[in-house]
Design a protein around this ligand. Structure first.
Ligand code: NAD
Ligand code: LMR
Length: 441
């Protein structure tokens, strides 16, 4: 079997060790010859890089491992770039969450004003790594799961329409794992139909390979418990705030009982509840810094101190194995069925062709082929249209540097109550994002 060369962009990410461990766990299905980490923060990346060097020497000495901040070294001779960058890191995530909250508005990483602010930062960073990839390894594919995925995907569509970038999200994967537990199945046994935007969609069918429909059974459970399950299904979505989010799916279902909701819809359908249950001084960013970031970086430092990765504390992110499935689909033309963020072009029959939507696709060597999801009802369509227009306006504002356009984007966001609040939030975000956003006028 061919062995592949991989670069992880955002090598200093808290997800890097889990993904490397996951790739080692899948090495028979997806052999690796070279693994490189790339980050523009050399100091942060080196902590994980040094630890992973030790781990790989012990567990997979055949893999040529390195870490670098030099784009040419990172992107030369690679088949796949797995991208998970966070432009501005957690310090800016904290601002994205707290600035809107100080104005009485939901502060969230990817939804509403927080997501818009993060999007305005991410676009430049994403375009930069796409350009490096195209310059140094023109045949390489980027598997991108950097957030906010909806805005990043729209920016790719408009700014780099021919780039080999696949945009994917782990949230539907995580929720499907929960659904599979509810009905006592394996996720791989299930096939779904789904439509929406990223962090903004609905499952319309969950069937096993024999064609049995489980949606009514799952719905009955979610109506009582949300997506809260008894057993831990992944490590990423287990903190207290996530437990509340899984539970809240119960109320989302009550609004729209026909389909099973993506958990992120809570920020759009219950923004007042969300604000009342958030703290302006301790947000999700703080929870992640005190939790996942501390755990991962402490484990890395211990490995380096002891000189061995035995009992390291690095855990396999098994829930991220969809990344290997996606790479295999491209590399081996497996025609795996996966939810991807793609240009609509009729997949949702009564929705704009040029919207970046999240739908099931068959993925092979030429990339994703979206599966037709038919027409969608008025309620979901109207919500999606409002939200996709916000995402398009953000990308337009980034390209044109227009204050007015970004103000309109914020004003249109369902999460923000008025143009006045939108302006106040925007003005604070501009100050906080100096040096990260293009100058607006
Ligand atoms: P993190 O801050 O720990 O890591 C991100 C890394 O990206 C940092 O080391 C940072 O220095 C680096 N970086 C920032 N800008 C860069 C640039 N221009 N070039 C190269 N590197 C750059 O963040 P994290 O919490 O581990 O999350 C990483 C990313 O993955 C985020 O975008 C997050 O939203 C995303 N994420 C996506 C999914 C999904 O399935 N879509 C799931 C979880 C996290
Ligand atoms: C993360 O940092 O884990 C996010 O990408 C999602 C979350 O947990 O808020």
């Amino acid at each position: 079997m061919k062995k592949f060369s991989i670069v992880i962009a955002g090598g200093g990410s808290t997800f890097t060790p889990g993904i490397v461990m996951m790739m080692l766990d899948n090495i028979d299905r997806f052999p690796i010859r070279t693994l490189k980490l790339y980050d523009n923060d050399g100091e942060r990346q080196a902590i994980l890089g040094e630890a992973l060097e030790i781990l790989l020497k012990e567990q997979a000495p055949d893999i040529d491992f390195s870490y670098t901040t030099d784009p040419e070294t990172a992107f030369t001779d690679v088949d796949f770039c797995m991208a998970h960058i966070r432009v501005g890191k957690y310090a800016m995530r904290e601002q994205d969450e707290k600035i809107p909250l100080n104005h009485g508005v939901v502060g969230q990483e990817t939804c509403g004003p927080g997501g818009i602010a993060y999007g305005m930062r991410s676009i430049g960073g994403m375009m930069e790594i796409i350009d490096y990839m195209e310059k140094y390894s023109p045949d390489c594919w980027m598997l991108n799961y950097s957030n906010p995925a909806a805005i990043v995907a729209e920016a790719c569509r408009v700014m780099r329409p021919n780039a080999k970038v696949l945009n994917i999200c782990d949230m539907p994967v995580g929720t499907l794992r929960r659904m599979s537990q509810i009905i006592d199945k394996e996720p791989k046994d299930l096939e779904v139909r789904y439509f929406g935007l990223n962090h903004f969609g609905w499952w319309t069918s969950v069937k096993d390979k024999e064609g049995h429909e489980y949606l009514p059974q799952i719905r009955e459970y979610v109506a009582e418990n949300g997506y809260l399950t008894k057993v831990e299904v992944d490590t990423q979505h287990m903190d207290q705030s996530w437990q509340e989010t899984h539970k809240k799916a119960k109320d989302l279902l009550a609004v729209n009982p026909r389909y099973l909701p993506n958990t992120y819809l809570k920020y759009y359908l219950f923004p007042d509840y969300e604000v009342n249950h958030s703290s302006c001084t301790y947000s999700r960013a703080n929870e992640v810094m005190d939790g996942r970031e501390k755990t991962v970086f402490t484990a890395a430092k211990k490995i380096v101190e002891k000189g061995t990765a035995e009992n390291s504390g690095f855990t396999i992110d098994s829930h991220a194995s969809f990344i290997v499935d996606l790479a295999r689909a491209i590399a081996f033309n497996t025609h795996e069925r996966m939810l991807m963020i793609v240009e609509n072009n009729g997949a949702i029959a009564n929705f704009d062709d040029d919207a970046m939507v999240e739908v099931p696709c068959i993925v092979g060597s030429d990339g994703p082929e979206p599966l037709a999801q038919g027409k969608i009802p008025a309620f979901e369509k109207a919500l999606m249209h409002q939200q996709v227009t916000v995402e398009k306006l953000v990308v337009e504002a980034y390209i044109t540097g227009s204050y007015q356009t970004l103000w309109q984007a914020l004003t249109l966001s369902k999460i923000i109550p008025s143009a006045e609040v939108a302006k106040n939030v925007l003005d604070d975000l501009i100050v906080a994002n100096k040096g990260f956003w293009p100058e607006l006028s």
